[in-house]
Design a protein around this ligand. Structure first.
Ligand SMILES: [Zn+2]
Length: 347
């Protein structure tokens, strides 16, 4: 059933059958008051030049059975087209308004919740377990191949990333960034979100910040339980999945947005765990400048580290350690970078 959208898109005849079926099924619908050939002609024209179907066709072009975002979109559309409760959605689809209006409508009605929670989650996990069963990882390191550690650019631009792994909230640091109009990407762990819901929503609503996924239990990402710095990593495909997905769901339910970057606790990955994150639609948020060593570096050491920046650098700091020197050092560094002509980009 989920592929009906594909057939509609590729084959107006199927659309004709669908329109007829819809008319037969929905006798009281306003749709039936319209001439069916009128609807079909109109829709066929749109299919040949489909501004409203752009998102659907992009989804279909990029469809990958293991890709979380594709799956989620298809399930949403499928629900829109198959549920009796959403006859309006069927009509809107035929009128070419589905993505513009109905998806929002469906999300508001919380239909998305059931889909995300049950069927598609299980299917995706099963798919991942099948794909990676019997494959042993070969790599275990920080920022491994496949991780995005710098951004290619001709502009003088830096990418500040600040993590909240758990712990406290350096509100003064965040206020300083906002007052200085500095963009920053915030990698936030589920523990921090749970203990700072109000602050999290404020950050998510602030256009200076991009909210990204820093894991559910803040574990290094491994399919076989590798450790680093004495921290035990995830130990199966399912645990990798939940380390990523559970925090994604938390963020999605609070903000309506799915993060696009993932950074594991410690930024360590094995190659299979990294591939799973990519299959789930994520880019891996690496870095080329270790800014504050998990919030432990001294003021002078943080200044020293920052000497290595160049255009396109991704820097990692922390905003969950208000007692450390990160804030004081960034209050020195950021004005210097601005004076040197750097701008600040979002991941
Ligand atoms: Zn962290």
């Amino acid at each position: 059933m989920i592929f009906c959208i594909y057939y509609f898109y590729k084959n107006p005849d199927i659309l004709r059958q669908y329109a007829t079926k819809t008319q037969n099924n929905a006798k009281d619908s306003s749709l039936i008051k319209r001439n069916s050939s009128e609807i079909i002609n109109e829709q066929s024209k749109k299919i040949q030049n489909p501004p409203h179907l752009k998102d659907i066709s992009n989804t279909i072009e990029n469809i990958d059975s293991k890709n979380w975002e594709s799956q989620k979109n298809l399930y949403l559309l499928d629900e829109a087209l198959s549920s009796e409760a959403t006859t309006n959605a069927q009509e809107q689809f035929l009128r070419g308004e589905l993505l513009d209006n109905t998806l929002k409508d469906i999300q508001e009605k919380n239909i998305v919740k059931n889909l995300v929670d049950a069927e598609s989650q299980n299917l995706l996990l099963l798919g991942l377990e099948n794909k990676y069963q019997n494959i042993q990882p070969k790599i275990w390191q920080e920022n491994p191949q496949g991780s995005i550690n710098t951004i290619q650019t001709n502009k003088k631009i830096l990418y500040l990333t600040l993590d909240a792994c758990g712990g406290a909230y350096d509100k003064e640091l965040i206020d300083f960034l906002v007052e200085s109009h500095i963009h920053a990407t915030l990698f936030i762990n589920a523990h921090w979100i749970e203990s700072h819901k109000e602050e999290f929503l404020e950050l998510a609503n602030n256009p200076f910040f991009s909210i990204q996924n820093h894991g559910t239990k803040h574990k290094p990402l491994s399919v076989n339980g590798k450790s680093i710095y004495g921290i035990q990593g995830t130990d199966s495909v399912a645990e990798v999945f939940h380390e990523i997905y559970d925090n994604e769901k938390l963020i999605f339910n609070l903000t309506g947005k799915k993060p696009t970057f993932f950074r594991s606790g410690t930024a360590y990955y094995d190659d299979i765990a990294l591939a799973i994150a990519q299959d789930m639609g994520y880019k891996i948020g690496g870095f080329d400048i270790i800014g504050d060593g998990g919030g432990t570096f001294s003021y002078n050491k943080i200044l020293q580290q920052a000497k290595k920046v160049r255009s396109g650098s991704i820097l990692i700091y922390h905003f969950n350690k208000p007692k450390g020197d990160t804030r004081k050092a960034l209050q020195t560094l950021i004005p210097q970078w601005l004076e040197q002509g750097y701008e600040f980009g979002l991941l």
